[in-house]
Design a protein. Structure first.
Lengths: 252, 169
């Protein structure tokens, strides 16, 4: 009980301190990244200017995988150590991860049309990312499918952990099977296969995307904790009259 | 003495949940690996010309063949609509005929995936041509400089061979 109350409070405090930095890094990373991506980076020797789709597509794909991994991690921690903040973080992160997955799929379709000559193929990489999208949807649906939030939390956490098996499949699909999608360019043995002039905007955008996600996550979790405190206070005042719990009010 | 018991029991409960979760994860991972291994044939997007030769691909069944467009094999006629070329994995090759518009990235020495049917005459009649590109990205000037200095080292392991060395269209 002490843990339950203490850790969200700590999250509120730390979150408040981290939030402005997240916004600053997000704005700087995405601002500078976009300028490099659209203005100050060369066209590709094969693909021409359509390579610029990469600067949105690849960071959102990384975030889609990273956010799902985070959800699986906090779900496992919540299941094993009964840490309610884990469920809270997972539920707050899921819509954000879904958004990154949608961006990845849509920009991938646009890029695929210009370079491969097709919007979509059922190769291992594309299909496994589509499955990731459905896992996100399933997680969110399951989390709010029960009247008892605890049951929803536990069911969704289990789904998140089971679905984590898809993450290495996405990452290594391009190495294990023949796919239309090319293998990894940055996170590969032998170093990045991207010229530094094109790696700069990619890394800047990735840092910007990650900071943006962190900012939104902190914001969402803080809003959820604050909302629960409001609900608890209203419950307390409705049951025991106004000012029945001054100690709790002080924490806000 | 009695006070020491509840925390210890709580610890073992946590430990037990952790072990159960880890065991379940290992089992699930193993099961997934076995399933993916068993379905490997269904998970590959295309066959190589060698696969086409060594495997019993039923005549006139729809398959995809992938590899490199063989250097110097491209012939166009009928105003550029009738296309003939060969797909190679540098061991075997297969003749391809296609009628239609090629993707922009289609060029000799580059990766390609053709969907169609293999005729009894050994000629592959494609209904769809997709261009495949490798994971290397660089500006045109750098690519030209690398080619000029002879230090062209493509990382295209998934495509089997180096991109075109001559002037690409």
């Amino acid at each position: 009980m002490i843990h339950f109350l203490a850790n969200p409070a700590r999250f509120m405090r730390i979150g408040a301190r981290v939030l402005p930095w997240c916004w600053a890094v997000a704005a700087l990373g995405m601002g500078a990244g976009l300028w490099f991506a659209l203005v100050s980076s060369p066209a590709d020797y094969q693909q021409g200017d359509s390579v610029r789709i990469m600067y949105i597509h690849v960071p959102s794909a990384w975030m889609a995988l990273a956010v799902y991994s985070l959800i699986a991690l906090v779900s496992a921690m919540a299941l094993v150590w009964k840490h309610p903040l884990g469920y809270l973080i997972g539920r707050a992160a899921a819509p954000l991860g879904t958004g990154f997955t949608v961006i990845c799929l849509v920009t991938g379709a646009l890029w695929g049309q210009t370079s491969w000559g097709t919007w979509w193929v059922w190769d291992a990489r594309l299909t496994s990312v589509l499955i990731l999208f459905f896992l996100y949807l399933g997680y969110m649906a399951l989390a709010s499918a029960f009247d008892d939030p605890d049951r929803g939390n536990r069911a969704a956490a289990l789904l998140a952990i089971v679905g984590f098996v898809n993450i290495p499949i996405i990452k290594f699909s391009v190495d294990w099977w023949s796919t239309l999608h090319q293998p990894a360019s940055v996170l590969r043995s032998g170093g990045p296969a991207i010229h530094p002039s094109m790696l700069t905007p990619l890394v800047l955008m990735a840092v910007g995307f990650a900071a943006y996600f962190l900012a939104l996550l902190v914001l969402r979790v803080r809003a959820e904790i604050a909302g629960r405190k409001v609900a608890a206070l209203m419950m307390a005042s409705a049951m025991g009259g106004a000012g029945s719990n001054p100690a709790r009010r002080e924490r806000i | 003495m009695t006070m020491a018991r509840p925390p210890r029991r709580a610890l073992t409960a946590k430990r037990r949940r952790l072990y159960v979760l880890v065991a379940a994860a290992i089992t699930l991972g193993g099961a997934a690996a076995l399933v993916l291994n068993a379905f490997e044939d269904a998970l590959v997007f295309f066959l190589t010309p060698t696969d086409l030769k060594t495997r019993a691909v039923p005549d006139n069944s729809m398959v995809r063949v992938g590899g490199l467009v063989e250097e110097g094999s491209l012939r166009k006629s009928g105003g550029g609509i009738e296309v003939r070329f060969a797909i190679t994995d540098l061991t075997n090759r297969v003749e391809v005929r296609y009628r239609g518009i090629l993707p922009d990235l289609f060029r000799e020495g580059q990766g390609v995936v053709a969907q169609g049917r293999l005729g009894a005459d050994g000629v592959f009649r494609a209904s769809e041509i997709l261009a495949k590109h490798d994971e290397t990205y660089m500006p045109k000037e750098v690519a030209d400089a690398l080619r000029k200095s002879g230090r062209w080292k493509p990382g295209a392991k998934n495509q089997g061979a180096a991109p075109a060395t001559g002037a690409s269209p």
